[in-house]
Design a protein around this ligand. Sequence first.
Ligand SMILES: [Ca+2]
Ligand SMILES: [Ca+2]
Length: 97
Amino acid sequence: MGDILDEVDETFYMILSNPVGAIISDGTGVGTILDNDGPPNMTIVPSIDLFEGNSGAVNATFTLTLSRASGKTVSVHLRRQMVQPMVVIRSVKVSTT
Ligand SMILES: [Ca+2]
Ligand SMILES: [Ca+2]
């Protein structure tokens, strides 16, 4: 099936049975559908602004976007890098939609 989904190659069997006028000596053929689609592009929202509040922690939400769906598991490593040393990042939570 033609699609644009990056996916693993798919294998199927073609099996012969109930021959008439012949004998099946090798009745199983294997077909492999080779995926020809590359992975989607991933981007992170370039910047966000948030108010510091008056106490406690605030949440900063960065949105990651894929250019299109993938048939494979997509993962990415998140790394925190301090620009201002007084910023304390206590935790990172990830959710998907
Ligand atoms: Ca394709
Ligand atoms: Ca595909």
